[in-house]
Every structure is written in structure tokens, then in C-alpha cells.
Design a protein around this ligand. Sequence first.
Ligand code: AHG
Ligand code: MN
Ligand code: MN
Length: 339
Amino acid sequence: MVNRFTTLYRHIIEEERKFPEATGQLSDLLYDIALACKVISLEVNRAGLIDILGLTGEENVQGEAVKKLDVYANEILTHMMRIGGHACAVCSEEDENFIPMEDKFSHHGVLNKYIVHFDPLDGSSNIDANISIGTIFSIYRRVSKDGAATLEDCLQKGIKQVAAGYVVYGSSTIMVYTAGKGVHGFTLDPSVGEFLLSHENMQIPKKSKTYSINEGNYSKWSDGIRNYIEYVKQNDKETSRPYSSRYVGSLVADFHRNLLYGGIFIYPADDKNRNGKLRLMYEANPLSMIVEQAGGRSTNGSNRILDIQPTNLHQRTPLFIGSDEDVRLAEKFLAGEKI
Ligand code: AHG
Ligand code: MN
Ligand code: MN
């Protein structure tokens, strides 16, 4: 039975106590991210009113609100990291280069020791249609000993993440995170403005009957992907086929549904996007840490996402993520195995 009054902050502090060497910086950092996401949640809820109320102070230009919210989310997250005093660099899908942070706001002269990566607004093309969108984040420890953060600090393998999470701005706002000891979900109670524990120790079903892929790209796929998708659509009661197709077009929303109900999400390489479309640092790594913590699997079709050494902040990767057995089977099809 879930304790209905466990706030996010209390939970992250209790989680951090499981690590005896912890200083409390990570708890504060996670709380700062949650606070920024509460502000973004408010703005997302008001998005449809922007043209009516003139909230942006801009001309009434179709499409402007989408860009605004993207930029806004990026700014508030970066600002919160700057004044929070725990991040020595922020890397964002919206910024070409990483943003170093000075230690001047750090507490008690302690070095800011974390690197934070964001996809500030995921699924941004869905904003105007009232479809769920989200924020994805990922936290690493700096590797350099002192001075300004370096690119090397920012380009670490996903396996080095100390925490990762996302927020879905959906029918309700939910934050899901892991600090390496399970995956936990907190639903925002808007009346008290607190994230309250609603999903403790989330586990993704080992096998599913749902696939999520942009099937409009069929003509650009390799034979392996085509054969897999043909397979899940065939009729076979014993293996729960045909699978259902579910594709929101916001990765966070598709991922969250699959985490709860089971499913496989695929964004493969194709003729046009030789490395897929999604970003390793901002999207694939954080969701891969979460899915593994929840008992699922995540690869680029052959290799574990978390083991990829990044060489570029904005590099892309094919992504196969979700229920363990489904991802394994997709990999077999990709390798050309006869099923
Ligand atoms: P973003 O809004 O951060 O640019 O991400 C969009 C991504 C992801 O959320 C989604 O799964 C994918 O783009 C959808 O791509 P297609 O429209 O090509 O299916
Ligand atoms: Mn995205
Ligand atoms: Mn984005």
C-alpha cells in the first residue's frame, strides 16, 4: 500500500541516505529540477491561452507558442541549475554547446559536482494539440577534479549516470526518477503543489503486446525491422499476437505508457536517418537507465545503450527500448535470425 503522503523531497532524501557517502547535493539538485518542472507544468497548462491572453507579449503568430514553450522550458531549467549551486555544467538539446556554471552560488564553498543533461521539452510538436509532452533529465558526477567543467565531463557513458528521470505533462503531471535504487513515480497534486509518491518501485512487464514505432517510415527501414513489425502483426494467440500499435509521437509519453503496461518502443536507423533520430545524451541514456532499473532492456539494435561512449553532445542513436523479451526478439530479427 502506497504511503499517500510521501513527498518527492522526503523520498529523495530517504533514498540518498542509502548511500553513506552522500552529501545531500543530489537531493537538492533533484528538487531544483522538480521545482523547474512544476513551473513548466503551469506554463504547459496555459499554452492554449497564449494567443487569447497575449501572455507572451508577442504578435499573434501561429506556431510561436510552440517555440516559446521550448525556449521557456530550457531557460527555466538552466536558470534553476545556475542558482541551485550543484551543477558545474548543463547540456541541453536546445543549446549547441554545454553551459559551464560557476561555483559562486555553491553552498559552504563546496564544489558543484554534477553535470546535468536536459531535453527541456520532448514531443514539442504536440503542444498545440493538447497531447502529452515532457521533460527528460540525466545527472552525472564530474570527472575533472576542479576548475571549469570540460567537454569530457559532459561526454560520459550512460552507465555513469547517478540519476535520471522525466516528467510527463499529461492528464496529470507525473515525475518518474531513479537514483540507482529502483524507479519511482510522483504525481503532482496541483492544489498543494507537491509531487506525491504514487508509483513505488515500478517494474516493466517482461513481455508485452504493444509496439510503438512511426510506421510511416516503413519504406525507409531495413529488412530486419520490416520483418519484426510484420511478425508482431501476425495472428498467434499463444504469443499474444497481433500486438496493438500505440504511437503518441512524444517519446516520454510513449515510454511512460510502455513502462506501466509493457511495450516496445523503436526508433530505428533508416535510409534517411542513418543513426536514427533520437539523441543519445538527452533521450536514450536517461530512459535506458530507468528501463533497466525497472527490469527492462534498451539497445541500439545490437549494443546496450548505456555502454556507448559518446563523442558528441548531440549525437543520435537508434533506440529499441522496453519490455525485456520484446527488445531481445527485435534484436534477433535485426541480426537476421530466422524466427
Ligand atoms: P523533441 O520534441 O524533443 O524534438 O523530440 C521529438 C522526438 C520524440 O519525442 C518522438 O518520439 C519523436 O521525435 C517522434 O519522431 P517522428 O515524428 O519522426 O515519429
Ligand atoms: Mn525529445
Ligand atoms: Mn526537445
